[in-house]
Structure formats: C-alpha cells, structure tokens
Design a protein around this ligand. Structure first.
Ligand code: DAH
Length: 346
C-alpha cells in the first residue's frame, strides 16, 4: 500500500471507529469495539504492522498519524465507557429502589391484664374518696383468716373443702378472703382509717365458668366515729356509679357474714339492660356485686379498738366478677388462659 493509501485507510478506520463507539449502548458492546479496532487482531493493529513495509522516510509521518488515530479511538472509548457506566448504574439503581414506606419491623408492646386494669379502676375510685392502699400476705394464718374475723369454730368456710391448708397444719393456709387485711391494718394503725386492699385469694373449689381456685378481691374498711349504714350505702352507690359510668339503682339484701353486723349483699340494677333483663344479668335485671356491713364490735375488740368510741363499715368485692360483668367476659378461665387473642381485646 502506498503512503497516501495507508493514510486514507487510517482516516477511514478512525471515522468508522468513532462513529461506532458513539453509538455503542452497552459496556459489552464497547468492549467488542475495542477488540475489533485496538486488539491484537484489530483493524488498527493490522495497519500498524504494515508500517514495516514502508521506507524509513515514509514511516514517521504514517506512524505519527497511526498513533494519533489510536489515541483518539482509545480516548473516545474511555469517554464512552464512563458514560455507559453512569447510565447503566442509574438504571440499575432506579430498578432497585428502596421502598421507604414499607412498615418497619416493630416490637409488639405488651399491655395491662384486664384484672390489673379493673383492680386499678376500683382502687382509683376509692382513692378519690380518701381511702388508701393496704396489702396483706397471701399465705395467712387461721387467726387472721377466721378467728380474728369472728368466725365460729364450725363455720363451713373453715372446712378443707373450701379452704386450702398447708403442710404446716391447720394454722397456716392460703387466705380465702381479703378481709384478713382489715385485721392486720387495725392491729397496726389507730382509727380513723380508710383502706382499700386488692389481692389474690384462694378457695378449694371445682373449676367452672364462674369459679376458679385462684381469684381476686378488693376489701374496703372505714373506721371512724358514729359511722352509719347510710354512709356505707352512699359510698358504695358512688362506687357503682363511677365504676359502671352511670348512676344505677341499688338494693341491699340482708345477708350474714361473721365479721359484720348487720351484713348485706349489694345488688345493682344491671348496667346493660337497666333492669329489663338480659344475658349479663341472667334475665333478673339485677347483679349481685359484693358483700358488706357494719364492722362487728367483736372484731374491733379483738384488735383493741373500743367499739363504744369507734364504729365502721367494711365491704368485699370480687374483682374477676366485676371485670366479667363490665367487659362481658363469660368465663373466668379466660383471665388465666394467657390466650393473646383474649388479652388483646382489652
Ligand atoms: N369476705 C367476704 C367473702 O369473701 C366478702 C365480704 C363481706 C367482705 C362483707 C366484707 C364484708 O368486708 O363486710 O365472701
């Protein structure tokens, strides 16, 4: 090939190469072009090898042109490579977008047990009436559970079919009522007194929808001068109004408890049907809510409080029962099942 033919060939290679490089769309396509032009068997390389056939005088000019062509192609390849890399990266990134609106992996928060909730509601209502919290042990003595509460020797509650005794013997038992706290408080503190005491109690009973060997009571005690049954009624009526969120009719039916005289069972009008009769009240229109009465003088005397100077009233309510009534729970066992489907409804 003559010098001018070679030069023309080089310029043609340059035009074609630059043109194709501009149009390359992928880095793979670009790599192919590099091999085709600059590779060992590439078009440019083949021409450069032909330089050897030229005379010494002719060689420099053609060699110079060939190098310039090589450089331009190489630099165009590099520029195009950079551009393709950027656009490939951009489309990769837009295809793999992070969805920041996806919900995070949260931790499930626990919440208060319904019995704790109702216990808290009861206590808060009595706090509002000037009562304060008192607590007593669940493992008790026969003295606090029965004797000091004026319970006769052969009272059926003392039977081991009703009360859990311990291996220690009859003198140590699981308390069957929170009334024990009345005695413990009066032994330690001087009247006037107003306490509310929620807690666990135990009875040796067969399990069914309404009974469980472990349940909860809240005990109230007020000791002062000249306390009347009217004050007991007013206090409990107010409690019922606040607990169910509306004023309800109540009735006090005579009953018997060894530690109160007179004693009564308090019924309230059913807060759901207002006396019409519904499933919650068993179509009676009334709910039996709690036991109460005026503190028996024998109980005061046993703890060294003069019944001539001091009098008082007491009451005890089942927390589980109140929770069942308030929230329409039809089986006491739900409270102890640890079934999250039940617990999460509160
Ligand atoms: N302790 C009684 C029970 O478990 C309930 C009770 C009745 C408590 C009358 C009292 C009360 O304080 O005065 O059945």
């Amino acid at each position: 090939m003559s010098v001018s033919e070679l030069k023309e060939k080089l310029e043609q290679i340059e035009r074609e190469a630059l043109d194709e490089v501009k149009q390359a769309a992928t880095s793979a396509g670009l790599e192919e072009l590099r091999v085709n032009y600059l590779g060992q068997k590439g078009a440019l390389t083949v021409v450069l090898r032909g330089l050897g056939l030229l005379s010494k005088d002719e060689r420099p000019a053609v060699g110079e042109l060939a190098n310039r062509v090589k450089e331009r192609i190489a630099s165009e390849l590099a520029a195009r490579k950079e551009a393709i890399y950027r656009s490939e990266l951009a489309s990769k990134l837009s295809g793999q977008k992070i969805d920041v609106t996806l919900p995070g992996v949260g931790h499930q928060l626990g919440h208060i047990h319904p019995l704790t909730l109702v216990s808290e509601q009861i206590v808060q209502i009595f706090f509002g009436m000037g009562f304060s919290l008192a607590e007593g042990p669940e493992v008790e003595t026969e003295y606090y559970n029965f004797d000091a509460l004026n319970t006769p020797e052969h009272h059926p509650a003392r039977d081991s079919q009703d009360t859990f005794y311990t291996d220690v013997g009859r003198s140590v038992l699981l308390r069957s009522q929170t009334s024990t706290v009345q005695v413990r408080v009066m032994e330690k503190r001087k009247p006037p007194l107003r306490i509310i005491s929620p807690g666990r109690v135990y009875r040796n009973e067969e399990i069914n929808a309404r009974k469980f060997p472990l349940f909860h009571q809240a005990e109230g005690l007020l000791i002062d001068r000249d306390v009347t049954f009217g004050q007991l009624k007013g206090t409990l009526n107010e409690f019922i109004r606040l607990f169910f969120g509306r004023p309800l009719k109540t009735r006090f039916r005579p009953d018997f408890f060894p530690f109160t005289e007179p004693s009564a069972e308090l019924d309230s009008q059913c807060p759901f049907c207002l006396g019409e009769g519904c499933r919650t009240c068993g179509h009676r229109g009334w709910l039996e809510l709690l036991g109460c009465g005026m503190v028996d003088p024998n109980v005061l005397e046993a703890v060294g409080i003069d019944p001539e100077e001091w009098s008082g009233f007491a009451f005890g309510m089942g927390i589980d029962r109140l929770a069942m009534l308030k929230y329409g729970v039809n089986d006491i066992r739900h409270f102890f099942s640890s079934d999250l489907r039940f617990l999460e409804t509160f």
